[in-house]
Design a binder for this molecule. Sequence first.
Ligand code: ATP
Ligand code: MG
Length: 677
Amino acid sequence: MLMLLRLGHNQCVLTREMRLSFCSPGALAEFLDPQQQVVVGVGGTARLHCRFSSSGPVASCWIHDREKVVLEGLRVCVTNTSSSSTLVLSDVLPVDVGSYSLFVCNRGGTAHWTISLRVIDRPDPPASCPFVSQLTPTSLVLSWSGPCFDGGSAITGYVVEFQRLDQSEPSDWTELANQCLNTSYRVCSGLDPQGRYHFRVRAYNAAGVSDPSEESDCIKMNTTGEPQWEVTSYVEVVPDTTHKARDHYHVHEKLGVGKFGEVYRMSHKQTGWVCAGKFYRDRVSREKTAARQEIKLMKGLHHPKLVQCLAAYDTQSEIVMILEYIAGGELFERIVDENFEHTEPNSVNYMRQILEGIQYIHSKRIVHLDLKPENIVCVNSAGTLIKIIDFGLASKLEPGKHLMVLHGTPEFVAPEVVNYEPVDLATDMWSIGVICYILLSGESPFQGNSDAETLALVTAAQWEFNPESFDGITNEAKDFISGLLREDKRTRLSCEKALAHPWIALFDDSNSRSTKSLNKDKMRRFLARRKWKKTGKALLALKRMVRCSKSDALHSPSISVDANALGKEAEQAVASLEKQLWSEPRFHRALHDLTESCGATVHLACTIQGYPDPEVVWLFDEAPLEKTRRVQMHYDKNGTCTLTLAQVQPGDSGIYKCCASNSLGQARCSARLTVQL
Ligand code: ATP
Ligand code: MG
């Protein structure tokens, strides 16, 4: 500072401000063709690279997920140059996933760019073992749930494997199918009618194939010889409180799992009759009460469209309901099968059967309250007869009493359930409307991106017929659905009215053949999503999705990371970047001695670096120089200071000094000018 303090009023100090006024202002670093996303497998090496253009000194840092400053370490290497920064992460772990923002500070301020890092791994194994339905001597349908975590990359398919068990030693596991796109698969070849098999599935994504799921129970193919429990007459069921179900039945493979417990295929030890056993979860009294309520209700329901209760066991150790075995599997699974014809007249047939079953329970003032596709099953794998199962949430309406419930499945519940208003028979009619809508279009009318969104759409009773999905569907069908999906339950069609609706009578034999096949792809997607949801564990993958979408927003150049969006540690690191630019003045290029002829124009030039920008003063023989017509000074944005002397005279000979100073220090350099006559 020494010289500057002694300057007179017309002596010249070149400052940053002045410099900025005659040079272009300091510009932010500009990122050049940067990466947006890097995808790497677990254990691999991720190289995140950013090139930028910037003048003057730069300081930079990487921030992970807007929170954590990325520091050099065993797995982390950061290489910086004046125009790039490279972050190399080796032995990448799943936790490394997320956004990586490079903050670059220069004279003009701080700029950033965000690259999202996707770490992909093999998926977890499918969350459930495969369950069997539609069993015939040579074919069956397997269905399972997707993995809890997809490894960070969408599941692209499944591998189905089987192992034969009825030989002296179990065979090796063999692949049955390796490009299965859905969570169900129809096995129609390669199975021996005499065989007994185990099945398991693996999921795969871009990173590889998962470990296998749990194995299915042992499946015996030839069950056709086994007599099915024929429900010919309805018997009064009295729960057995002294025996266990296993005293009277063999328990075979698992048919399904649900909220209330597990369902197994069973056979009666004495008669060999095949049936299904619903083993309730009964650890707490609430579960016991619910199980007993379902049994009590089921005992009184005798109708060909409703699954029949055949016996019940209620002891200290277990509560089991024995049901007629329904071999055909879920209706919707059947429909998407390639060999199955899906048309509007067929759909009428299913809806009629559902209505008949529900009309029966409604006549007893019972509401089902859980009508959804999973609870509509096919009687066998050949025909088109269906039955309604799962009366776990059903309730009897008592005269003069309001019934309010807090259960159901978001996509299928009526607005009054969501609003916790009294439910009644019309509540089931709404769900029947939703089922019919999906049956015809493959789309779920109230499906939102989250349960909360779905429920909001239900309460608003907001739905419409997507023209593309309902292309070719009759107006009668649409009118039928519109009569059911009415917010005001008093105006919804009752079962009687629905059965009398023109749509139900529309297709007689003469015109049903001309009706076109309905597209099954949407329904396949609907089923895959329902299965995925049923696992209830899709949380991890969901979290990842949320994270990715957040980082997508972050790396979009139009959205800036404002300081508030950064965590404390990150904020401090970014704020301290400017300090890293600080340096005392230094001459990168010093002045040189010059000898010039009289009358020449002389340029004395040097280059200074330092931050904050140094102030510059020129001295001649220790006295500050003034700017005149003959003496000009220039200081450009690259730090080059030039003193120009026009028409030099011998009197200009002497020592010229350039003094640069900022708050951190000062520097000077000098040169001798000799002017020859
Ligand atoms: P949810 O979670 O669907 O409410 P839940 O605990 O009430 O389940 P159910 O729906 O009664 O249980 O049964 C679960 C699964 O078991 C069904 O989706 C079906 O695949 C199978 N299942 C149930 N009853 C039978 C039966 N009688 N015959 C064949 N399979 C059956
Ligand atoms: Mg069910």
